[in-house]
Design a binder for this molecule. Structure first.
Ligand SMILES: Nc1ncnc2c1ncn2[C@@H]1O[C@H](COP(=O)(O)OP(=O)(O)OP(=O)(O)O)[C@@H](O)[C@H]1O
Ligand SMILES: [Mg+2]
Length: 377
């Protein structure tokens, strides 16, 4: 079956404006990304890779302007052409970014920006920085996760574990969908999908979801959030509960990635570059996006850490059914991990194709130079 296209870009042109001049940075970029696909975007410094990535996110800097083209994300046009008449009755063409991108950004499509690791806050734990976006944009999800454990039907949990025992996973999946709310389901799935736990451990953890108990004060503040948030002592209890749930969620994500959850309470300076990249990936997937753009995730890592990072990306891609755009200037990194490679030169895609055919049979001079530059090293 033909895979669905999640992202289609046609003829994208972006300029940077200053008071005195205008630089054409993207000169008509065509690009596409299908469901569950990894596309590598490769080009030398200054070829426009980051500008392209930021345009997809609707995050171009103020002095940048889209002057032509279309960006379609999951069926919606992100660029709106507006034609209006000015006071001299001349037709004017304006290009606007669809405000709908706000709803998709961070949820449907998300990005780990270049040098993002250096923007991690040194005074906040990495765990906090993984769930921070949920705390600010979807606090309700954390509350509902706590609530879902309070209300979960323990008999149903037991039945589900029995179905897992019988190894009839189709029936188990059906049971999971039919008997639990979205929030407890998320927690159960985060346990069952882990590959570092034995089946026995998984079952115990699932059953433990039904035993998590709140104190009566905690239950009160959760069910009377409005009141509680106006009374200092209770507000503290409410905030503490929500924070703990954030750490719980961040720990689940790390578990899925096969990483040690003890790093949750560490600070960025205590982690290696590779681990910091992993933390950034965790913070990108915490909201269940479908597309992740990684802008030069590996450029500051040594070869072994690079390799580990890309393996980790392949793993989470499979677990979360993600599509990835991997931006790199080193084409060799992409050969093992990308399904397709797009080569960008001076603001235009000069070649795109299946990874093996780009690496082995390219007739494009620029692509050949990129490949040669790696082999020569
Ligand atoms: N904020 C800006 N204002 C003016 N020009 C900019 C701005 N950002 C980027 N440019 C210019 O746009 C061009 C493309 O830059 P971009 O950062 O997209 O390249 P890149 O391929 O990501 O490079 P690198 O490999 O160094 O990350 C460059 O010539 C750069 O000077
Ligand atoms: Mg860049």
């Amino acid at each position: 079956m033909e895979k669905k296209e999640l992202l289609t870009v046609k003829g994208l042109e972006v300029v940077f404006e200053s008071r005195f001049n205008q630089i054409d940075v993207l000169k008509g970029v065509d690009f596409s990304l299908k469901e569950n696909e990894t596309v590598g975007l490769v080009g030398v410094n200054g070829s426009g890779k980051s500008t392209f990535a930021l345009s997809l996110m609707g995050l171009l800097p103020r002095n940048a302007k889209i002057v032509n083209g279309s960006i379609n994300i999951n069926g919606s046009d992100m660029i709106i052409n507006e034609f209006e008449k000015d006071s001299y009755n001349r037709k004017r063409h304006r290009i606007l970014v669809n405000e709908g991108i706000e709803k998709l950004r961070g949820r449907f499509i998300t990005m780990v920006t270049q040098e993002a690791a250096s923007y991690l806050d040194p005074l906040l734990t990495v765990g906090y920085q993984i769930f921070e976006s949920v705390l600010f944009h979807n606090k309700e999800r954390l509350i509902k996760r706590i609530d879902s454990r309070e209300k979960v039907d323990k008999g149903a949990l037991l039945n589900y574990v029995k179905l897992l025992n019988s190894k009839d996973y189709k029936i188990a999946d059906k049971f999971l969908d039919g008997n639990f709310d979205e929030y407890i389901r998320e927690q159960i799935l985060n346990i069952t999908r882990r590959d570092d736990l034995t089946d026995e451990d998984k079952k115990n953890l699932i059953l433990a979801l039904g035993r998590a108990k709140l104190s009566s004060v905690q239950r009160f503040v959760l069910s009377h959030k409005g009141v509680a948030s106006r009374i200092p002592g209770l507000r503290y209890i409410l905030n503490q509960l929500i924070l703990e749930e954030g750490y719980q969620l961040a720990g689940e994500i790390l578990g899925l990635m096969g990483l040690d959850p003890t790093i949750l309470h560490m600070f960025p300076n205590q982690l290696s570059g590779g681990m910091l990249q992993a933390v950034l990936i965790a913070s990108a997937i915490v909201n269940n996006p479908r597309i992740i753009i990684m802008d030069e995730p590996a450029s500051s890592l040594d070869p072994i850490a690079q390799y580990k990072l890309f393996n980790l990306l392949s793993k989470i891609k499979a677990t979360f059914n993600l599509s990835l755009i991997l931006v790199a200037h080193d084409i060799s990194l992409l050969t093992r991990f990308a399904d397709r490679i797009a080569v960008i030169e001076d603001g235009a895609i000069v070649e795109v194709g299946d990874t093996s055919s780009v690496i082995n049979n390219s007739s494009n001079e620029y692509t050949k130079r990129l490949i040669k530059s790696v082999i020569n090293i």
